[in-house]
Design a protein around this ligand. Structure first.
Ligand SMILES: Nc1ncnc2c1ncn2[C@@H]1O[C@H](COP(=O)(O)OP(=O)(O)OP(=O)(O)O)[C@@H](O)[C@H]1O
Ligand SMILES: [Mg+2]
Length: 309
């Protein structure tokens, strides 16, 4: 058995989002969870998609009676009691809902409680599979995670939704980081895409913040500097699709002022559906498939980037 690693701080968190539905968030969450667990890290994958739960299916886990929905509704206060085992050593799962039931996303208070409980989980790494859309929950999971990954398909709608999602996440990070109530109010107003302040991007917001408080403006810059979202292009077919990751990274720098790293790409691979039908993640059931090779490459790069101490 591989040696287990232990870290003094709580688990590191990775959130996978994208704004758009059906871009591969859950497929990639499941396979990265397996690849990282196989590398010897103790992983907990959490399905936060209360309206379209299917991380359990990708991981070949049958229905569970205890799910994240119980925590969100307040019926359950401990995440530990929701953990279910998988066929993979070092990998456990918290499913989102029971059966095909859908549940409302958590309100702000419950969301904070959930994020705090995640920090107390006994594992090395938590993977949060986010649902589609820019609901405050998805934005919060993405904004506060140690690694925030945007999953993008090479198509204009996916790229557009990813930019909108990233914009929301940056504004949310600012709202959380700013200390003065006037600045927080200004950030909240700017979050609305049709705001009357004329703010479209974080770069537009910075001078407004500076005019209220120069110290807050310095904090603003630091938040932008420290935020490094990661990009994965999924379902790549052509060399142009591969290059898309670099151009998105450049646009993020120019319009948002953030250094978004191009973590990697995953090919469009019919074998993924075959693996899903068998209820086995492709990295485990078909390790030599193209998609598995790309997924493992992404997992290795990801592990190198995480600051463990
Ligand atoms: N690289 C790929 N090659 C081929 N098919 C893929 C690939 N990635 C994802 N798919 C297919 O796309 C579909 C959607 O994937 P997935 O459920 O992971 O998306 P999602 O972003 O989690 O969707 P939702 O927003 O509904 O949660 C699945 O049927 C999956 O088989
Ligand atoms: Mg999904």
């Amino acid at each position: 058995m591989k040696e287990r690693r232990r870290y003094p701080r709580g688990p590191r968190t990775i959130a996978l989002a994208g704004g758009k539905g059906g871009v591969g968030k859950t497929f990639i969450s499941a396979n990265l969870a397996v690849a990282i667990a196989e590398a010897g890290f103790r992983v907990i994958a959490i399905d936060t998609d209360l309206e379209g739960a299917n991380l359990h299916t990708w991981l070949g886990v049958r229905e569970s009676s205890n799910t994240l929905a119980d925590f969100v509704s307040g019926r359950e206060d401990s995440l530990e009691s929701l953990l279910v085992g998988t066929d993979f050593e070092n990998l456990r799962l918290i499913p989102a809902t029971q059966g095909h039931l859908t549940h409302a996303q958590p309100g702000s208070e419950r969301r904070q409680k959930l994020l705090k409980a995640v920090q107390n989980l006994d594992c090395d790494l938590v993977i949060l599979d986010c649902g589609a859309g820019t609901h405050a929950s998805n934005v919060d999971y993405f904004s506060v995670s140690d690694v925030a990954i945007l999953i993008i398909r090479p198509e204009p709608t996916s790229v557009e939704n990813a930019y909108n999602f990233l914009r929301s996440a940056i504004f949310r990070k600012m709202e959380l980081a700013m200390l003065k109530p006037e600045v927080q109010a200004c950030v909240r107003e700017a979050m609305d895409q049709r705001n009357d302040l004329g703010v479209r991007t974080p770069a537009n917001l910075h001078p407004l913040v500076r005019s209220i408080d120069p110290q807050e403006a310095r904090r603003f810059n630091k938040v932008l500097r420290d935020f490094s979202p990661q990009i994965i292009i999924n379902e790549v077919l052509t060399a142009e699709d591969v290059r898309l990751g670099f151009s998105i990274s450049e646009v993020c720098k120019r319009f948002f002022g953030v250094d978004a790293d191009y973590l990697g790409y995953i090919s469009n691979d019919e074998k993924i559906r075959q693996a899903l039908r068998k209820g086995a993640p492709i990295v485990a059931s078909m390790p030599e498939a193209d998609a598995s090779i790309y997924l493992n490459r992404v997992a290795r790069k990801l592990l190198k980037q995480i600051e463990w101490r």
